[in-house]
Design a protein around this ligand. Structure first.
Ligand code: F6P
Length: 527
């Protein structure tokens, strides 16, 4: 597989970097007063402003050439047409089919997929109407969603973003971690008679999810009897046999497909918790927004294609300007779950060191992604962004229309966001005081939504999904596998056995063995 670094476009970008290093954002803005118009893009109520990145027309032209050289157009087509682009797992990546109503309604995907989708819709409506009841005949007032990683972060993001005080339907509670504090405190708030438990796990073998599902099953059985499991449990999985073995009945198992990766699975049965919490209409509009972005992604030329532009700006910042990190700062409390969702999406997808053919990459791949909502982030890590020794490109994300009626508050919030990107770009000489000097010339991107409704949330998530895919294509890596997660899981097995056994059987390095001894001594013998 020829390396992308050998292409003419890559070499030209390397040379171009020297040119850009000699200019500042201040100079770029002074030279082109209409820079916002030149470097901002819009589609269906989503605006993407790249103007506060250290780039020129020539940068964008070379980045488009690089995308062409890497075969981005062909790879978009390969993904859309259902080719097995996840080569190491020999699978397609067809999450887009799940948000395409016409595909779901026609022969684009097979009959089973369509019928499961209709079952999810019918079940959502049944529960929300109070017509699905628990073992004592009471409707479900609460949903406990158990799942981790891709089986958790997407649905939780949708719920936190779209559920308001006025939304009707059951309240949804999320549990992901093996840490018993989380499920213990959640169950303490719930009544088993009115709680529906969703076990969301593509593999149905994930340790955390199985442990939490077993705890929840015990909780149901102790209070309502063994027979209640069938009425109170739902399985969202591609391993239907294991879900059945757990005690979930077939009519409560909603399959997902091997061609939907975990972190791309919110559009599948895994999204059920969100659909239950916000309603089927909102969930459908959320998928429709993603589909609108898919169509844009499939049809627009590279130079006008928002996910491609976002991806290539990231490539420029990462591979050429050598910035190691990306901060995600949504100025919207409803998007507080977005940074962790994007952490998984970006770092699990593109945190890779070998290319599709197994050869080691000769480029940097995924940056470290972190973040927090503004304005809280301003009082947490923005000091480093303004005056630290490293430049951290920031993605600022906001919605123009608030979801509350408090006067003046939203304007203040957005004013703060604009001030932050201004300060990063232009800095201050601090009146000559080095302690007060902010060097500026620090890049940021702003994504402004007309409003944060289901449609625009769908657009936003699909925008980032496709960004991640395009970057994977540039680096020549497989964005859809995650073998790196396996080693830690394997090493945990003997430790789980030894941590409470009377005799330690495994052989460990001295640090692990020492900590194990210390833990066992302090933990005591109460199990
Ligand atoms: O963290 C690793 C991972 O495999 C993710 O890719 C996935 O989203 C998560 O575990 C949960 O997996 P499952 O849905 O199979 O329980």
């Amino acid at each position: 597989m020829p390396s992308i670094t050998k292409t003419r476009a890559w070499q030209a970008l390397k040379a171009h970097r020297e040119e850009i290093s000699r200019t500042t954002l201040r100079e770029l803005f002074d030279a082109d007063p209409g820079r916002y118009q030149t470097f901002s893009y819009e589609t269906r109520g989503l605006a993407l402003d790249l103007s506060k990145n250290r780039m020129t027309h020539r940068t964008l032209g070379l980045l488009a050439e690089l995308a062409k050289a890497a075969g981005v157009e062909e790879q978009i087509e390969a993904m859309l047409s259902g080719q097995r682009i996840n080569e190491s797992e020999d699978r397609a990546a067809r999450h887009m089919a799940l948000r395409d109503r016409s595909e779901l309604a026609s022969a684009g995907v097979d009959a089973e997929v369509r019928s499961v989708d209709r079952r999810i819709e019918a079940f959502t409506n049944l529960v929300r109407a109070g017509r699905a009841v628990g073992a004592t005949g009471k409707p479900f007032t609460d949903v406990l969603s158990i799942g981790i990683g891709g089986s958790h972060l997407g649905p939780m993001l949708v719920m936190t973003a779209l559920r308001t005080a006025e939304t009707t339907g059951p309240k949804v509670h999320y549990v992901d971690n093996i840490d018993g504090h989380q499920i213990a405190s959640t169950l303490a708030k719930l009544d088993p008679a009115t709680t529906l438990v969703l076990a969301a796990s593509k593999s149905f073998t994930t340790m955390e999810t199985l442990a939490n599902a077993e705890t929840a099953r015990k909780w149901i059985v102790e209070r309502l009897g063994r027979g209640a499991v069938a009425q109170h449990f739902v399985g969202l999985t591609s391993n239907t046999a294991e879900a059945r073995a757990f005690g979930i009945t077939d009519d409560r198992i909603f399959p997902m497909w091997d061609w939907v990766g975990g972190r791309f699975s919110v559009w599948s049965a895994v999204g059920l918790s969100a659909a239950l919490g916000v309603g089927w209409d909102a969930f459908s509009a959320f998928r429709a927004g993603a589909h609108a972005m898919d169509r844009h992604f499939a049809a627009e030329p590279l130079e006008e294609n928002l996910p491609v532009l976002l991806a290539m700006t990231g490539i420029w910042n990462n591979n050429f300007l050598t910035f190691d990190d990306v901060a995600i700062v949504p100025y919207d409390e409803r998007l507080r779950a977005l940074p962790s969702f994007l952490q998984q999406l970006e770092m699990e997808s593109n945190g890779k060191r070998v290319r599709l053919d197994g050869s080691v990459v000769d480029t940097r791949t995924a940056p470290v992604v972190f973040g927090m909502v503004g304005t809280s982030a301003q009082h947490t890590f923005h000091q480093l962004l303004h005056q630290g020794t490293r430049s951290v490109p920031v993605d600022f994300i906001a919605a123009a229309r608030p979801g509350h009626a408090l006067s003046g508050r939203h304007d203040k919030l957005i004013a703060n966001m604009l001030a932050q990107s201004e300060a990063l770009a232009f800095g201050t000489d601090g009146g000559g005081d080095p302690h007060r000097t902010c060097p500026g010339n620090r890049p940021s991107t702003t994504i402004l939504l007309e409003k944060l409704d289901p449609f625009h949330l769908g657009m936003l998530i699909a925008l980032y999904e496709h960004k991640v895919f395009v970057q994977g294509v540039i680096w020549g890596i497989n964005s859809f596998d995650q073998f790196g997660v396996e080693l830690g899981k394997q090493l945990a097995d003997p430790l789980v056995r030894d941590i409470s056994a009377s005799k330690v059987r495994g052989t460990y390095d001295s640090s692990t063995a020492g900590l194990l001894r210390r833990y066992r001594a302090w933990r005591g013998s109460d199990g």
